[in-house]
Write a protein that binds this ligand. Structure first.
Ligand SMILES: [Zn+2]
Ligand SMILES: [Zn+2]
Length: 151
């Protein structure tokens, strides 16, 4: 069951440890997971793993390219194990839900800069903002988004 997590670690020359396997499992279970939820999930199964160990694992994974750290403006950082395909994200302004958006045209980068200034561009980062189906459906503003403040 964990063997493909072990392979992922070996592929980037990281030692296989229990906290690392547990974090990979959490990322697989919940795409776009924030640090707090990673800690919750990992510690539910492995209460002896410290918060600091989990922070360290996330940092090492991000540096190794094993996970991608995304941080939409004004939101907390999220992590995902879907890497290397330059996919984009759509974020709900109301509840912060995040979904994947594939590159729609060709290979990464799927957007062509109007002027690349001579840079060799290999990635385009796009965040689509909107309202998710859950939030559009119930029609009532979320507590965090006060309609008073709108002009
Ligand atoms: Zn929403
Ligand atoms: Zn994603």
């Amino acid at each position: 069951m964990t063997s493909d997590f072990e392979e992922q670690l070996r592929a980037v020359s990281l030692r296989v440890t229990r906290p690392r396997l547990a974090v990979l499992a959490a990322l697989r279970a919940r795409p776009h997971i924030d640090t707090h939820t990673v800690i919750e999930l990992v510690r539910a199964e492995h209460p002896t793993v410290s918060h600091q160990a989990i922070y360290d694992v996330l940092r090492v994974f991000t540096e190794a390219g094993l996970v991608r750290r995304i941080q939409p403006a004004g939101a907390t950082a999220r992590y995902e194990s879907r890497v290397g395909d330059n996919h984009h994200h759509v974020v709900c302004r109301s509840c912060g839900a995040i979904a994947d958006v594939d590159c729609t045209v060709g290979h990464a980068p799927c957007l062509t800069a109007s002027d690349d200034h001579g840079y060799a561009v290999d990635e385009a980062e796009v965040v689509f903002w909107g309202t998710c189906p859950d939030c559009s459906a119930d029609g009532t503003p979320q507590e965090s988004a006060s309609s008073e403040g709108r002009k």
